[in-house]
Design a protein around this ligand. Structure first.
Ligand code: AMP
Ligand code: GLY
Length: 438
């Protein structure tokens, strides 16, 4: 079959890489893809949010299955539109995509179905919120209701910081209309973990767990990022926590979807807080996590195309996921300055030196779009950059992903190979795979 993957980051590289191993798949297209993805798929120059362009391409190229990576096209209703032109699509429809696109939608869902989560209150009026400052004490958790590229959560340590955040979010509109409504939550303590689940109308099927490192610097210091690395499976899970998650979160979530008429089909990503009084939902996302996907799919033995088809055809109950015993660690190499401002166009070297069994998933990369023999603007000494050279084009650039018989082996291998790759300003955390109890 012909598959179209929508997106162009490390998550989409991992999805394309895994689909390429399937006997069911003849051809993979990726819109827009990136330099690394072009090794396993044909990249087409259509943006992930150009829904009309994607629908037209899917029709013209006899696409049998579309797979949507990022949250924005999902929230825009790409699944409804692809299905309307007869393309089977893996991902939730617009109605279900509110589970990521609106924090209040999710909090109301969780409350209605008695699923453990932080207490909350919603505000649409700035003065009312200013009067309620510190309503649950401090730190005060303030969340922009809508999508804000993963940046819409502010944890204010005191009243002054909270008031400033409220002014910025509702007055200065730093997140645009995403913060027209703000959800204030109780501050939860514990350890965070991510759980990705395949979901269709009858079944919720968890994948193996993963641990994401969200802060920019070692020891969980610095600003929040999209994720600086992951390992799988999580070392924080045990049989007791898993059964609590199943009984208190997964089963009531599926029952809630059915009761509310939410015909969710795709991946539900559950951000969890493992607290002293049990697991609690911090957030739902309605897609694969990035970079969780890189270390989770690296360990998947089952045919991913078969799983995607089963979800779109409501046959997920027939699927049993098979996993490698190996552990995985993914270290993200990021551009200097990320998640703040950073420069692009830096020449990446050393990709060819990486061990053959280590997978380098590309996120923000592209081929150097310059004539043969021209001087590289990125290097002071002006190296000769070929057209086939790969340069940085985003904040998170590569995800060096290694498998090993133990976590330590996978970690050592990921770092030994990360060191072989360089580009001007490269930064990465040195503690991915180590357990912290911050
Ligand atoms: P979210 O986008 O909702 O996942 O929030 C981003 C990050 O903010 C989470 O990964 C947590 O580290 C933190 N966070 C969100 N909600 C809470 C909460 N209620 N209590 C403590 N930390 C939170
Ligand atoms: N790694 C977190 C996310 O994908 O949202």
């Amino acid at each position: 079959m012909n598959v179209l993957v929508v997106g162009g980051g490390g998550r989409e590289h991992a999805i394309c890489w895994k689909l390429a191993q399937s006997d069911k798949v003849d051809k993979i297209y990726c819109a827009p893809g990136n330099a690394g993805i072009s090794a396993v798929a044909e990249c087409v120059a259509i943006g992930a949010e150009d829904i009309d362009g994607i629908c037209a391409f899917a029709k013209d190229n006899a696409i049998d299955l579309a797979v949507i990576g990022p949250e924005v096209p999902l929230a825009m209703g790409i699944v409804d539109q692809l299905e309307a032109v007869g393309v089977k699509t893996f991902g939730p429809n617009k109605k279900c995509s509110q589970l990521e696109a609106s924090k209040s939608f999710t909090k109301d869902f969780l409350a209605r179905h008695d699923i453990p989560t932080a207490g909350y209150k919603e505000f649409t009026d700035k003065d009312e919120l200013l009067d309620a400052v510190g309503i649950f004490g401090y730190p005060m958790v303030l969340k922009a209701d809508g999508l804000a590229a993963g940046k819409g959560v502010v944890i204010a340590e005191n009243e002054a910081d909270a008031k400033q955040a409220i002014e910025e979010m509702m007055g200065d509109k730093v997140f645009g209309h995403a913060a027209d409504k703000i959800v204030v939550e109780e501050f939860l303590t514990g350890v965070e973990a991510s759980m990705l689940c395949f979901v269709d109308e009858h079944t919720i099927l968890p994948m193996e767990s993963a641990q994401d490192y969200k802060r920019a610097f070692d020891d969980d210091k610095g600003p929040n990022t999209g994720g600086m690395g992951t390992y799988s499976p999580s070392l924080l899970f045990d049989a007791k926590i898993e059964s609590e998650i199943r009984e208190q979160i997964l089963e009531p979530t599926l029952a809630g979807f059915q009761k509310d008429g939410l015909d969710f089909k795709g991946v539900l990503f559950i951000g969890l807080m493992l607290s002293d009084d049990g697991p609690k939902v911090i957030e739902f996302n309605n897609r694969f996590g990035d970079p969780e996907t890189q270390s989770v799919l690296a360990r998947l033995d089952s045919d991913l195309a078969e799983v995607f088809l089963a979800v779109t055809e409501n046959r997920l109950a027939d699927i049993e996921l098979k996993w490698k015993d190996d552990k995985a660690v993914c270290v993200v190499l990021a551009s200097g300055g990320y998640p703040g401002s950073y420069e692009k166009g830096k020449l990446i070297t050393g990709l060819g030196d990486v061990d053959p069994d280590v997978i380098v998933f590309h996120a923000g990369t592209k081929f150097a779009d310059m004539p043969e023999g021209s001087k590289c603007a990125a290097c002071e000494d002006g190296c000769e950059m070929k057209q086939s050279a790969i340069v940085t084009s985003g904040g998170r650039v590569l995800g060096v992903t290694a498998l090993g018989a133990t976590h330590d082996e996978a970690r050592a291998k990921a770092y030994a190979n990360a060191e072989k790759i360089s580009f001007d300003g490269v930064q990465y955390r040195k503690d991915i795979g180590l357990i912290h109890r911050w």
